[in-house]
Design a protein around this ligand. Structure first.
Ligand code: GTP
Length: 597
């Protein structure tokens, strides 16, 4: 009977449509939070998440809800990240649920990524309840947005819940609908234990903490448990729920969601997607796990000061404990010295990791332009994968070079569709489909991943006044005419500045790149020649003229405070510069190739 009163659900929402606000409201209505605590948006717990206002890791919270009927329900809300870089985490969270709330901003409309996540939920047999949020806004148009939900996603939205997570309007009705329409889990507390690891992370005091969904059986503190993937046994030293704080309860039964700690020191000992059973029931079947996520972009990261190399390695090791998608291996650059080549899910993931390394570990790092993974068919039949332009083998031995292609789905209001099509064409896209859905148009394109992962999303936003939305996924590798663009500074090739680009764009990009770099490299005591070359042939050049002595003299003048300020500014700027040969190159210049579209 207990299991009939459990509701496991996620919230699918586009960034900014109000998922965290809604979740906090639900927590508050169930007595979990005061109004003041509510202000702090408890679910986004990482500092960087809070600052950027985005959710990265999945979290969960268990709540008691007293329905109008007087019955008490246990609600398990499993949070999901909102950004496309982390969409794999969404399907993981959904796996632990019987239902999902699709939250759409009633003043905005449906966004591409919510559509994709919604399809995942439907494919996994979840009950999806549409929720129109922000109906307190004067520009809210719930009828239009409901129609959009029906046309774009195909969900019946005539009587979708209309709420304002901000004011609390409509929230009780939403919770009633939730317990009425989302089915309870199936399973039996008496059956052998079968639990799925939805997420694992490393805690400095406890070791690995795993978020689990119990499908069958009962997990108790002190139980001898077995990880199906490694066949290793552990003792469950703590079992409990999140409220959202970790609260030991000593027991989790079929249908429930909570955590288990078992003295595991390495995150690979409790891998996400693994099945847990008891040591005494080793024959329990493994649940279908999740696809392991592979990094999509790679960049070189180098400490500005060589003395920081060891500290950098330790920091990466620590971050990787909590982030199974982070990969790294040592890299040695002629220009930048010893560092690491690091793999990321996307450029947002990269920015977050870089920021954490700098803030939490106090490291000054230089990051090279991110690059996707290329597939190389060698003339001896070998297939190689290269994610570092400077490590391309001799092209004479390469039969074919292939680039990753993504299938992208873009939703955009009609008035901006021309801009979006032009942008896709310019990025070598092929249109597969175009549909009019409600007041939006859905475009389906195949695009080279290299054109998408860099600044495509930002560009889409800026050419559509913020209205376009994007979802994409890897499709396949496809042969392309690609070349390596080398950059020479005062005649020396700088390996960390090399880039792989399409041959038809190479000359234009080369010119744009040297111009951009000319703006970014500060003037020095001598002329600095910047050249772009393809296969040893220079295709573009520019020069940063030497400083003239009298200019500096005038600029610094006699004013001591001003001079001090300038010097301080220079020092701060210097932190992220690297001496390459005789020339100081700032961080921005390493990323200049991204800004040449
Ligand atoms: P991610 O965590 O990045 O996925 O974003 P989110 O979807 O959780 O959005 P969040 O809850 O942070 O809300 C985004 C913005 O919308 C915030 O400024 C909220 O205050 C605001 N907001 C949320 N719900 C409502 C609402 O019902 N009405 C109004 N007017 N504003 C709302």
């Amino acid at each position: 009977d207990r299991i009939k009163h459990i509701r496991n659900f996620s919230i699918i929402a586009h960034i900014d449509h109000g998922k965290s606000t809604l979740a906090d409201r639900i927590i508050q209505l169930c007595g979990g939070l005061t109004e003041r605590e509510l202000k702090e948006q408890v679910l986004d717990s990482m500092d960087i998440e809070r600052e950027r206002g985005i959710t990265i890791k999945a979290q969960s919270v268990t709540l008691d809800y007293r329905a109008e009927s007087g019955e008490i329900y246990q609600l398990n809300f499993i949070d999901t990240p909102g950004h496309v870089d982390f969409s794999y985490e969404v399907s993981r969270s959904l796996y632990a649920c019987e239902g999902a709330l699709l939250v759409v901003d009633a003043a905005q409309g449906v966004e591409a990524q919510s559509v994709a996540n919604c399809y995942t939920a439907i494919a996994q047999n979840l009950e999806v309840l549409p929720v129109l949020n922000k109906i307190d806004l004067p520009q809210a148009d719930p009828d239009r947005v409901a129609q959009e939900i029906e046309e774009i996603i195909g969900l019946d939205a005539v009587d979708a819940c209309q709420v304002s997570a901000k004011t609390g309007l409509g929230m009780e009705a939403l919770l009633e609908r939730l317990v009425r329409d989302i089915p309870g889990p199936r399973g039996s507390a008496e059956a052998p234990l079968q639990a799925l690891i939805v997420d694992s992370w490393f805690d400095n005091y406890l070791g690995v903490v795993s978020l689990v969904r119990i499908f069958d059986g009962t997990l108790k503190k002190g139980d001898k448990i077995r990880m199906k993937s490694t066949q290793r046994d552990w003792e469950a030293t703590e079992v409990g729920i999140f409220t959202p704080k970790r609260r030991p309860t000593g027991i989790l039964r079929a249908g429930e969601v909570g955590f288990v700690v078992a003295g595991i020191k390495d995150i690979h000992g409790a891998p996400v997607g693994d099945t847990i059973t008891h040591a005494k029931t080793p024959d329990v079947e493994r649940l279908p796990g999740f696809q392991k996520v592979k990094p999509q972009v790679y960049a070189g990261m180098f400490p500005v000061s060589a003395d920081d190399y060891e500290a950098f390695r330790d920091a990466l090791e620590k971050l990787a404990l909590n982030d199974a998608s982070l990969e790294y291996e040592p890299e040695n650059s002629d220009a930048l010295g010893f560092g690491f080549r690091v793999g990321f899910l996307g450029t947002l993931h990269m920015e977050i990791i870089q920021e954490r390394l700098e803030r939490e570990y106090d490291l000054d790092l230089l990051t090279t332009a991110p690059t996707v993974v290329y597939e190389l068919a060698m003339d001896d039949g070998e297939i190689r994968y290269v994610a570092n332009p400077s490590k391309l083998p001799d092209m004479a031995n390469v039969d074919e070079m292939r680039e990753p292609i993504v299938r992208a789905s873009i939703l955009v209001p009609q008035e901006f569709v021309g801009n979006v099509i032009a942008e896709c064409e310019q990025r070598r896209g092929t249109q597969l489909d175009m549909q009019f859905l409600g007041s939006q148009i859905q475009l389906t394109y195949e695009l080279p991943m290299s054109e998408v992962v860099m600044d495509f999303f930002d560009r889409l936003k800026s050419i559509s006044r913020g209205y376009a939305s994007l979802d994409y996924g890897f499709e396949r590798f496809e042969a392309a005419k690609l070349v390596r663009l080398d950059v020479l500074i005062n005649g020396d090739k700088v390996d960390a500045l090399a880039a792989i680009i399409h041959r038809d764009h190479a000359h234009g990009r080369g010119r744009a790149l040297v111009e951009k770099m000319k703006e970014l490299i500060p003037r020095q005591m001598f002329d600095v020649a910047i050249q772009a070359a393809i296969g040893g042939q220079v295709v573009a050049r520019s020069t940063v003229k030497a400083l003239r002595k009298n200019v500096t003299a005038k600029c610094y003048g006699g004013d001591v405070t001003r001079k001090k300020k300038l010097l301080e500014k220079q020092k701060a700027g210097k932190k992220r510069m690297k001496q390459v040969g005789r020339v100081e190159i700032p961080q921005d210049a390493f990323l200049a190739v991204l800004k040449t579209n």
